[in-house]
Design a protein around this ligand. Sequence first.
Ligand SMILES: Cc1ncc(COP(=O)(O)O)c(C=O)c1O
Length: 457
Amino acid sequence: MDAARMHAASPESAAIVDAVLDYSRRRMLATDVPLDKPQPESELRRLVGTTITDQGLGAQRALSVFEHILAPACLTTSHPNYLSFIPNAPTVAAMAFDLVVSASGLYGGSWLEGAGAVHAENEVLAFLAAEFGLPETAGGVFVQGGTIGNLSALAAARETAKERLLAAGRDLPPRWKLVCSLEAHSSNKSAAKIMDVDVIAVPAGSDGVLRADAVREALEEHGDAAFAVVATAGSTNFGILDDIAGIAALKDEFEFWLHVDGAYGLTAMLAPEARGWFAGVERADSLVVDPHKWLFAPFDCCALLYRDPETGRRAHTQHAEYLDTLTDTDEFSPSDYSIQLTRRPRGLPLWFSLATYGVDAYRAAVSETLTLTRRIAAEIAARPELRLVRDPQLSVVVFERDGWERADYDRWSDELLETQRALVVPSSHAGRVNTRFAILNPLTTFEDLVGILDTMR
Ligand SMILES: Cc1ncc(COP(=O)(O)O)c(C=O)c1O
């Protein structure tokens, strides 16, 4: 057995690379990528058989199993009519460059190992920080997703609160409290659970907006224990913004860390007409935005920014003898800013895409989506059998069909997927079932959305 066979630059390796690149090329440039759908485990087991064998199947057979059985059992989340949860819609440049990131053995954890990649990622982070109105000294790291981004930011928030109280000779609270909206993303509550802190879930208004007076009450009640407030810049279920400016203004009266969870919605700040809605973001101590959502990067990618990156570094740098070379220096090492050590430079596909197309293309794409959302919301409002649950703000439209129960939505949603027309699953609000369009793919059309509404008659 030739131990180097799998790594050697050989004719066999060339054939493998060609086959994989050919598949990737066809997939990335296809105009009719199907939506596809999941299969039961038993069916996949039957169709796939055993693929891990002592001798190997060879690249052709393995790729064929993937192309013809496994891939069709995976939803195309970048399909224009994938309209549930929060879709993914990578640009062609971003998708293509993801291959380069894998091809190059790039390590993005430290400056020593990945200076070039980290430099490019940091240019993107600086661009985003400027868009969001953070100071030039802001910085951070690309992490896996909003969940890890929120957890990392909130861990830094608590560490900072602890340092502040200890420095002032004050007692640490018996329980730390995280203040957020009842409608905040589940990942914030999950972060609190992992950190073993209590969640003070403050009710939003009937319009879904968390307002300053409600946050003020929580801050007054919990004092030093309330170490952070999460303001959501685009809720997952509704795409609605909290009153970020009002909440940020509370920093003049109370000492707390303001974290803006903009995993889905902060991207809308790139659209000139939407920028003003985000007043107050510039006062954030930390924020997240997920490029794998509306910034058109492939999975998985979250930009985590700290107003003062030192706060992140103090909370997260790992220390060990074998890491001294990396930590006993002033060089910027991304791993120091979040819960992770080894990291893929996952910001590079976004960097390449931004560098390729320019920022104006992004602004235009986001603006288009905001316009399309308004058009389809007006269409829904005009249909007698449909009712908007709330007026949309960013690019999520939530609506109900008169007289439908959960079973009706389920049947309709299954049929949409079965016929490969769309993925639109039921959701709910305040115990009432509804459905929603989460729109962010520039290839989504008004006509397709209208066609989906027509199936609800
Ligand atoms: C507002 C918000 N925060 C956090 C998250 C979690 O992000 P991720 O799924 O990338 O971990 C999401 C995901 O949809 C979100 O919409």
